[in-house]
Design a protein around this ligand. Structure first.
Ligand code: IPE
Ligand code: IPE
Ligand code: MG
Length: 253
């Protein structure tokens, strides 16, 4: 059962934190300085979500395709992720934040994999805000790994192909236990999904801003929330039906 909540405030926000490189370029700084400033900004947005009672925040930190970047940038990004995990995890824990990482972590160095595991273990019982970091994540990877698990169940004779429903697939995807994102935000001016949560974003409200991620402050964040609060979510129904019926809560969880 979904708890009753104020539907003008999203329960789950998914963000593509884009524009770090351009923010650094504008200041004649190396790109990694932009990524560092981006991590600082994550702290601000996490705090704002906690203040507002937003329950789930999913952040795109490193995509399956980001391996295509110059090796030095990839290496520095992974180091930054590792250091940020180490430095932030206790503060997150003190604030009741539950940290989870989604994506193919087998692609990461062993030390980073262990740090992720430790952070998830330490914060696993917290329930004020769930912060999900998508790292080495791609929507196509997610659908593919879910399909593989379903295929294995079929091969083992536990499931008949005729019984595969949308729910079967959804149950094997990352974020399966969470409500689907209500609001998607992309900073940095590009208007694309870049292989983020392809399945989970089916009915998410999309918000794009030119603001570069390190500049995406509380004012910008609240602007996105205001935009969200004016949207009418119809889920295939008509506007009249939404206006005149007792609507179910917005998410399917
Ligand atoms: C987003 O910022 C962070 C990651 C992809 C890791 P970018 O690094 O893509 O910044 P721009 O798009 O080059 O400005
Ligand atoms: C998306 O940003 C991935 C992350 C923010 C982690 P990119 O900057 O990699 O996306 P494209 O390449 O411009 O689509
Ligand atoms: Mg980018």
């Amino acid at each position: 059962m979904t708890e009753a909540h104020d539907t003008t405030i999203p329960q789950h926000i998914a963000i593509i934190m884009d524009g770090n490189g351009r923010w650094a370029n504008e200041r004649q700084l190396p790109r990694i300085a932009g990524h560092r400033a981006g991590v600082e900004n994550v702290r601000l947005i996490v705090e704002r979500c906690a203040q507002l009672g937003i329950k789930y925040l999913t952040l795109f930190a490193f995509s399956s395709e980001n391996w295509r970047r110059p090796p030095t940038e990839v290496r520095l990004l992974l180091e930054l992720f590792s250091v940020a995990l180490e430095q932030e995890v206790e503060r997150l824990d003190d604030n009741g934040v539950c940290l989870q990482v989604i994506g193919d972590r087998s692609g990461f160095p062993g030390k980073l994999q262990r740090r992720i595991q430790q952070a998830e273990k330490l914060t696993g019982n917290n329930d004020s805000l769930t912060l999900i970091i998508a790292a080495n994540y791609g929507g196509r990877w997610d659908v593919t790994q879910a399909t593989r698990k379903v295929a294995m169940a079929v091969a083992a004779g536990e499931l008949s192909p005729d019984d595969i429903t949308e729910e079967t697939i959804a149950n094997h995807l990352c974020l399966t236990k969470l409500p689907e994102p209500d609001l998607f935000i992309r900073s940095g001016g590009e208007q694309r999904i870049s292989n983020y949560l392809l399945w989970q974003l089916a009915y998410t409200e999309l918000y794009f801003t030119d603001c570069l991620w390190p500049d995406f402050d509380k004012v910008e964040f609240d602007r996105a929330l205001t935009s969200y609060s004016t949207r009418q979510r119809r889920f295939g129904m008509t506007g009249d039906q939404i206006d005149h019926a007792d609507m179910p809560t917005t998410s399917t969880a």
